[in-house]
Write a protein that binds this ligand. Structure first.
Ligand code: HPA
Length: 274
């Protein structure tokens, strides 16, 4: 445990040399969703493998670099590419960057992801604000971290997504002529997609969309009392009675298409959150 704290401090100390500690916002960009970086005046971009103790991204569609720069006047850290459980990392590795960004002083976190839409009102390309989540991944990222330095032992999760940030995202979307939908995200491990019976099950337990990320990071953000908000891009429609085969390339293509709108919304909110 001491070792893990030391690793967080080492990574933060390394990044302080390059001004990352000035950032007020942290942003995690999901599969096929890297365009936000074009709206950042990038001052530094460090491949994950150069940062002490950072896991290395293994997914091709994720670039794997930690960016520091400004959106408008606001200094931000953006993770271009995140870590997933299906890549073989531990939950602690997946959420390590969140702890490092918090140690550097970010005040809030925005996350994006690609997700399968199970709510029949959702269509490919829709942007959905997460209102809540269900964790079906096999482990909590807080398991075993028993020191007070990590935050409360039993964090409250009655409102995991920050209401104010959500409202700002909704307003920014509306200003662009796009009404965000709202939904409950369920996290599974992947990397396989779901069977028809699984989509039916996930819908029955109360989820509107399904994906392989975000929830571990949000749990840690809650432990750290770091306000967060997340948006899913619906990349495939998961109707168990009419399920079409889907390839990851299609998922990425749909995410790419929605990325400009999503990035614009994130950028507007960050620029306003000074
Ligand atoms: N299931 C799980 N994860 C996903 C999906 C899906 O259908 N689409 C995009 N990510």
């Amino acid at each position: 445990m001491q070792a893990f704290l030391q690793q967080i401090n080492d990574a933060a100390a390394y990044l302080r040399q390059f001004n990352y500690h000035h950032a007020t916002a942290g942003i995690v960009l999901g599969t096929g969703l890297g365009q936000l970086v074009q709206q950042v005046q990038v001052e530094k971009s460090i491949p994950y493998h150069e940062i002490p103790h950072f896991p290395e991204s293994t997914v091709e569609s994720h670039k794997g670099q930690l960016i520091y720069g400004h959106i408008g006047q606001v200094p931000v850290i953006a993770m271009q590419g995140r870590f997933h459980y299906y890549e073989g990392y531990t939950m602690q590795q997946i959420t390590f960057p969140i702890r490092v960004m918090k140690a550097l002083g970010i005040r809030y976190l925005l996350l994006s992801n690609a997700a399968g839409g199970m709510n029949p009102a959702f269509q490919k390309g829709d942007l959905v604000l997460l209102t809540d989540h269900i964790n079906l991944q096999p482990e909590s990222p807080l398991r075993g971290l028993n020191a007070p330095a990590f935050g409360p032992r039993f964090p409250d999760m009655s409102r995991p997504y920050d209401k104010h940030l959500g409202q700002l995202l909704e307003q920014a979307a509306l200003a662009k002529g796009c009404a965000l939908k709202k939904g409950v995200y369920v996290a599974v491990t992947g990397p396989n997609l779901e069977t028809r019976a699984e989509y039916r099950f996930l819908r029955m337990i109360g989820a509107d969309m399904v994906g392989m990320s975000t929830v571990p990071e949000v749990i840690v953000a809650n432990q750290l009392q770091l306000p967060c908000a997340a948006i899913s891009v619906i990349t495939d429609e998961c109707d168990p009675d009419n399920l079409q085969p889907v390839a990851i390339e299609e998922i990425i293509a749909v995410a790419n298409k929605a990325d400009e709108k999503l990035s614009g919304i994130f950028a507007d909110v960050v620029a306003k959150m000074k």
